[in-house]
Design a protein around this ligand. Structure first.
Ligand code: SAH
Length: 230
């Protein structure tokens, strides 16, 4: 087993690198990959940079170049479901690309021929997350995550995403990572801690809470890794 652990921004993987302690740094395809042996299992850790294209490149590299056979994503997201507060964790059951739009041809939002509106995540990894949550006495909500190449800070945009995808949270990488892992048959898991609620003041909330929420998500992911390597 070789586990990929991915974030989008440096702050999302720094807490993971701290826990892992020692690692080897490799430059590949304009990005830095951190390879570590953790409790006898190989880990490859990287932040992709923000957005669907960079996260596609990193997820593909981790699988095809570094040989990872499981992928865990840790990061922050904008909450849509009013039950999600700053710092709360959401695990994606399925993900969509909310900005993929060829509706002019009669297709639904998020759909292109040969693809599907939603990509489902791995159920076994969700079960491991539930076990970890139970052990930590933490609530982890399951839900739909919508991904697009924009930082959403507008309730009208949010409402449209709810209407089209019934999403609970939104971010900028999960949906593309999902497409890669699904196509390459690699079980994957997307975890996000809420940093903002994608409203007018989202950028301020993000700046205030991104780091603390990223740590909450990263620490939970490492508890999952502990279970996986047991
Ligand atoms: N402040 C950063 C930009 C952050 S973009 C800079 O200046 O470099 C937001 C990042 O957090 C993305 O990686 C995305 O996945 C996630 N995210 C958190 N809240 C979001 C929101 N409201 N809309 C879209 N993505 C969000």
């Amino acid at each position: 087993m070789k586990i990929a652990i991915m974030g989008a921004m440096p702050e999302e993987i720094t807490p993971i690198l701290k826990i892992v302690g020692e690692y080897k740094t490799t430059e590949y395809a304009n990005n830095t990959y951190y390879e570590a042996s953790y409790k006898g299992t190989e880990l490859v850790i990287a932040h992709s940079k923000i957005g669907k294209v960079f996260s596609t490149l990193t997820a593909t590299s981790m699988i095809q170049h570094f040989g990872c056979d499981k992928l865990l994503f840790s990061g922050v997201a904008g909450g849509i479901n009013p039950s999600l507060k700053i710092g709360d964790l959401i695990v994606a059951t399925k993900l969509s690309q909310h900005d993929l739009d060829i509706t002019a041809f009669g297709h639904p939002m998020g759909f292109v021929p040969g693809g599907s509106v939603f990509v489902e995540t791995d159920k076994e990894l969700i079960n491991i997350a539930k076990d970890v949550a139970k052990e930590l006495g933490k609530t982890v909500q399951e839900g739909i995550i919508a991904t697009g190449d924009q930082f959403v800070h507008d309730s009208k945009v949010k409402d449209a995403i709810v209407k089209n995808f019934n999403a609970d949270a939104l971010e900028m990488e999960g949906g593309s990572v999902a497409v890669v892992c699904d196509a390459l048959n690699v079980p994957f898991f997307i975890l996000r801690a809420i940093s903002d609620t994608a409203d007018t003041d989202a950028s301020f909330s993000f700046d205030e809470f991104m780091e603390s929420s990223a740590i909450i998500s990263a620490e939970f992911i490492m508890k999952m890794v502990d279970k996986l390597v047991e």
